[in-house]
Every structure is written in structure tokens, then in C-alpha cells.
Ligand binder design. Structure first.
Ligand SMILES: Cc1cc2nc3c(=O)[nH]c(=O)nc-3n(C[C@H](O)[C@H](O)[C@H](O)COP(=O)(O)OP(=O)(O)OC[C@H]3O[C@@H](n4cnc5c(N)ncnc54)[C@H](O)[C@@H]3O)c2cc1C
Length: 310
């Protein structure tokens, strides 16, 4: 491994929160390194259309918004390190050390924007049929289910968006609520209800069944308490995310019991000079809120550095 490199600010995660933070710290003239385990965009890259992100009355594809943010970050000379997962951090001293498999950075301030990982269904057949009918990404895998029958498991806005996108491809989309009350609302739900090929089952998935590939799901209906079977070729799990905060917990940065990073109103964690933004703080779990938190974290990190780390 090469010797360590210096930065004013290191940002972990190049989703909307990390990119927004980087745009701010770059714009404020700080030497900014943005480290990303994969490619830029995070979960927002998968959003077929963001209809609620301010400033785009007709909506914008998640990938297009991310490309625009990347161009803006580049303009402010942000160093973007793709395919560089952070595997360890040390934050007890004023200078923080950020370790990836390729190199180590020493930085005055750190912004954590690691987002979330999809929540699992935890039923029989889920792991067995992963990639053979079970998917966590409607945008990526939806086209494989053209003119077929699929189930979307989930009750959030994300599940509604997935179901709507799939209803344009599949013959039949069954939304399984998992909860007794439907929490979807607004225009996406209205549009879903208007689709002839979409139906809702208020029930809980018990098992994904199949033989080599998915053939059906077994559901317990909340009203009748009966087990029902639906023939489907695909099961899209859309249960939201679990914060990706294991490496930061190891470094002594405080989270709540569900793994969400605890921050004050300046987006600072329990460690001075370590800030967090976006879905890993379990705020709004939206692009607009991630961008807002990222901007604030960037501004506060800059102020912290200019005060000499106080
Ligand atoms: C299908 C879908 C549709 C959606 N639709 C909408 C919508 O219409 N409107 C809306 O507002 N929101 C929508 N969302 C939610 C939105 O995408 C998220 O709220 C938003 O992306 C959160 O941004 P973030 O930057 O906090 O986290 P993320 O986007 O999750 O980005 C986190 C990044 O951190 C990286 N990372 C994690 N750990 C490490 C590590 N150790 N080292 C380096 N990098 C790391 C990850 O690879 C990832 O790129 C949708 C999400 C999905 C999946």
C-alpha cells in the first residue's frame, strides 16, 4: 500500500448526499476526496424517474441527476475515487485516517454518506432464488419480466414506484403489503390504482417457491388468515434500506439501535470533525433530504476546518 495522502475533507459514499457535500466543500475551496465503493449515484441511480425532486417539473431520471451532480463536483475539482471501498476509519485524533484497500488518507474532516443496503424479506426461498426470480432492483431486472407475472413486496413509496415501473413491462403485478395498513399515498398510489394489471394483497409473504426458478409466492392474507398462493415469475423485494454503518460503529461513532447514525443539528456525529448525511442518518430517506443534509454537512465541515478543528 502506498504512503498516506492528505485531504481537507474525505467523503465516504457518492450517492446524492455525498455528491452534494462534495459540491459544497469543493465550492468552498477545500481539497475534497470523494470515495465510492462502486460507481457514482448510490440508490438514486436506480430511480427510474424522480418526480418529487424540486426544480424538475416533468421529473428527472435518477441517473441523469447524478450525472449532472458529478459534472458540478468536477467543476469544483473534487477528486472522485470510484471502485474504492473504505474498509476502516480511525477518528480519535484531530487528523482522521481513512483506509481503503488501495490507500490511506489523512483528513481534517470526514463526512459519512454511506446510505443503506436493501432490507431482506427473510423467508424461505429468498436467498435460494436470488437472481433466478428474486430481485432487489426493479430498474435493473424489470426488463427480464416483460409479459410475465411479478410480485412487489413492500409498502413504501419505493415499492409503489417499483410496481408502477413494472406494470409497464409485466402482464400482472401483485403488490403484497406486508403490513395491515397501506402506507403508500399520493399520486403514485393513484396511478397504481388506475392500472388494470395491478392488484394489492394485504398480507405477508411466507415463502418464495420454485424449482430452479421462481414459480409462486405463498402469502398469509391478513383479513382471512388463510394461506394463498400466487403464481409469479419474479419477486421484487422493496422493503427499504438498512443503514450501512458497520465500519463507522467499529470506530466508536454512535448510532441508534437500528444502525442510523446519530447527528446534531449541524450534522455532526459524537466525534468532532466527523459529520454524516443522507439515508445513513435515517432522515427523510429521499434524494431531496439527502442533498440538503449533504450540503449542510459540507458547510459545517468547512467551518470546523476554518476554526482550526474546534
Ligand atoms: C428504485 C428506487 C426509487 C427511488 N425513488 C425515489 C424518488 O422518486 N424520490 C426520492 O426522493 N427518492 C427515491 N429513492 C430513494 C433515494 O434514492 C435515496 O433516498 C437516496 O439515494 C439516498 O442518498 P444517499 O446519498 O444518502 O445514499 P445512497 O444513494 O444509498 O448512496 C450511498 C453510497 O455510498 C456508497 N458506500 C457505502 N459504503 C461505502 C464504503 N464503505 N466505502 C465507499 N462507498 C460506500 C454506496 O456504494 C453508495 O453509492 C428511490 C430509491 C430507489 C432504490
Amino acid at each position: 500500500m502506498s504512503e498516506s495522502q492528505n485531504a481537507d475533507v474525505v467523503i465516504i459514499g457518492a450517492g446524492p448526499a455525498g455528491l452534494s457535500a462534495a459540491i459544497y466543500t469543493g465550492w468552498l475551496g477545500l481539497k475534497t476526496v470523494l470515495m465510492e465503493a462502486g460507481v457514482a449515484g448510490g440508490r438514486a441511480y436506480l430511480a427510474p424517474k424522480l418526480e418529487n425532486y424540486p426544480g424538475f417539473p416533468e421529473g428527472i431520471k435518477g441517473s441523469e441527476l447524478i450525472e449532472r451532480m458529478m459534472q458540478q463536483a468536477e467543476r469544483f475539482k473534487v477528486q472522485f475515487n470510484a471502485d474504492e471501498e473504505v474498509v476502516g476509519i480511525e477518528v480519535q485524533d484531530k487528523t482522521k485516517r481513512i483506509v481503503s484497500r488501495k490507500q490511506t488518507y489523512e483528513t481534517k474532516a470526514l463526512i459519512i454518506a454511506t446510505g443503506t443496503q436493501h432490507r431482506k424479506l427473510r423467508v424461505a426461498g429468498e436467498s435460494e432464488f436470488l437472481g433466478r426470480g428474486v430481485s432487489y432492483c426493479a430498474t435493473c431486472d424489470g426488463p427480464f419480466f416483460r409479459k410475465r407475472a411479478v410480485a412487489v413486496v413492500g409498502n413504501s413509496e419505493e415499492a409503489a414506484i417499483d410496481a408502477l415501473a413494472l406494470s409497464d413491462l409485466a402482464n400482472k403485478v401483485t403488490v403484497v403489503s406486508q403490513l395491515e395498513v397501506l402506507e403508500m399515498e399520493g399520486t403514485v398510489l393513484e396511478r397504481l390504482r388506475g392500472k388494470a394489471n395491478v392488484d394489492f394483497v394485504m398480507g405477508k409473504v411466507l415463502e418464495v417457491e420454485g424449482n430452479q426458478v421462481v414459480k409462486a409466492i405463498k402469502i398469509q392474507d391478513f383479513a382471512t388468515k388463510q394461506e394463498v398462493e400466487r403464481e409469479v415469475n419474479g419477486v421484487f423485494v422493496a422493503l427499504g434500506g438498512v443503514p450501512l454503518t458497520a465500519i463507522v460503529q467499529k470506530a466508536g461513532i454512535v448510532t441508534d439501535r437500528t444502525g442510523c447514525l446519530t447527528v446534531d443539528r449541524n450534522m455532526q456525529t459524537n466525534v468532532a470533525g466527523v459529520f454524516a448525511a443522507g439515508d445513513c442518518t435515517c432522515g427523510g430517506m429521499q434524494v431531496a433530504t439527502a442533498v440538503g443534509e449533504g450540503a449542510l454537512a459540507g458547510m459545517r465541515a468547512s467551518a470546523y476546518i476554518r476554526r482550526g478543528g474546534k
